[in-house]
Write a protein that binds this ligand. Structure first.
Ligand code: SAH
Ligand code: SF4
Length: 352
């Protein structure tokens, strides 16, 4: 454990070292306190008071709550956290009738530079540690518990590109699965298409879901929207997806944020359907209208066009659904997380 490590960075061995003068059962007791009861040391009343104080001091929290914004009648909550070095990240907690989902950040900022995304507009700050990722889930789960709900789903769709921080993200996934008891099948990693990261994930043991932010089905358009497409073009990306599918047997989803007049044309439907056919990818396409961000002038498609685009995909045999947009009024929706950073206009919209 490094000196800067935080409460949820510590593994069992670290706890063992920290508790070396204590009876052996203490490690299990503290581990269960942190991960099963989601407790702070102060709340672990079965421990001696001096030990609680020592743990609190030596295992500091990673996240300080700066702002909690609530929308959708209390069903969407967005946290702005300050990290120990003063940088900021955001986490979104979403309550649905049948499930509770936490959308976590994997980096402070993002280096991928997608112009339509507020995180990309603000730029990269730094990688998060495993503990900083896991603690987002723990803190949101504590909140859910006060409402009588239990977190069962995690999506890596907050700030950052998780597959540009794959090893750390993987360690966080193992901790969520093994210690917090969240099924790997209920964990989704969303990527802009970092092929080495997809390959690394393919080699990992747990069957997590992969979501690829596709947004365009030809390289010319995708290059103009997503700078990384030049490095990892669509054909190579599809091969990596097909391999993931064949090794994991998990459905892949494609994210498609519909931009008015840019990627919502009939020709886009045809290209996407052809792509899925060509790679025998029984993918599921998630459609949302592009959310507004400060640095991007083009609008999202109208809800009528989103519906129509979905129907056109169905007519071509592609599985697609329109995703309900959450938290737009508190800038908590997809692509709107900037953690209070000023954003710069960096690019012009696709091809225009
Ligand atoms: N970096 C990863 C995960 C975080 S982004 C990725 O890009 O996949 C989460 C999702 O929000 C991605 O599908 C991303 O393409 C999408 N997104 C970004 N900006 C958006 C916007 N303005 N409106 C709608 N979705 C957006
Ligand atoms: Fe980064 Fe994803 Fe935003 Fe692109 S869409 S800038 S990869 S967070």
């Amino acid at each position: 454990m490094t000196a800067s490590a935080t409460r949820y960075d510590a593994d069992r061995d670290d706890l063992g070292a920290l508790l070396s003068g204590e009876p052996r059962y203490r490690v299990d007791q503290v581990w269960a306190g942190l991960y099963e009861q989601l407790s702070t040391p102060d709340e672990m009343t079965s421990l001696p008071k001096a030990l609680r104080a020592r743990l609190d001091d030596q295992l500091p929290m990673a996240l300080t709550e700066e702002v909690l914004r609530v929308s959708d009648g209390g069903d969407t909550m967005k946290y702005l956290w300050r990290l120990r070095d003063g940088s900021h990240i955001e986490t979104v907690l979403m309550l649905y009738p049948d499930r509770v989902t936490v959308c976590v950040s994997s980096q402070a900022g993002c280096a991928m530079g997608c112009g339509f995304c507020a995180t990309g507009q603000a730029g990269f700050v730094r990688q998060l540690s495993t503990g900083e990722i896991v603690e987002q889930v723990v803190r949101a789960a504590r909140q859910a518990r006060t409402l009588g709900r239990r977190v069962g789903n995690i999506v890596f769709m907050g700030m950052g590109e998780p597959l540009a921080n794959e090893a750390t993200v993987w360690a966080a996934i193992e901790r969520m699965h093994g210690a917090l008891g969240i099924s790997a099948r209920h964990i989704t990693v969303s990527t802009i298409g970092i092929i080495p990261g997809i390959r690394a994930l393919t080699g990992r043991p747990l069957p997590v879901n992969l979501a690829v932010s596709l947004h365009a089905a030809n390289d010319e358009l995708r290059d103009s929207l997503i700078p990384m497409n030049k490095r990892y073009p669509i054909t190579d990306l599809m091969r990596a997806c097909a391999d993931y599918l064949s090794v994991k047997g998990r459905r892949i989803s494609f994210e498609w944020a519909l931009i008015d007049g840019v990627n919502d044309r009939d020709s886009d439907v045809a290209e996407l359907a052809a792509l899925c056919r060509r790679f025998h990818l029984p993918a599921h396409v998630n459609l949302i209208p592009l959310n507004p961000t400060p640095g991007w002038p083009t609008k999202g498609s109208s809800s009528a066009r989103v519906r129509e685009f979905c129907d056109l995909l169905h007519a071509r045999g592609v599985n697609a659904t329109v995703r309900r947009n959450r938290g737009t009024d508190i800038d908590a929706a997809c692509g709107q997380l900037a953690a209070g950073q000023p954003v710069a206009v960096t690019r012009k919209p696709g091809g225009a």
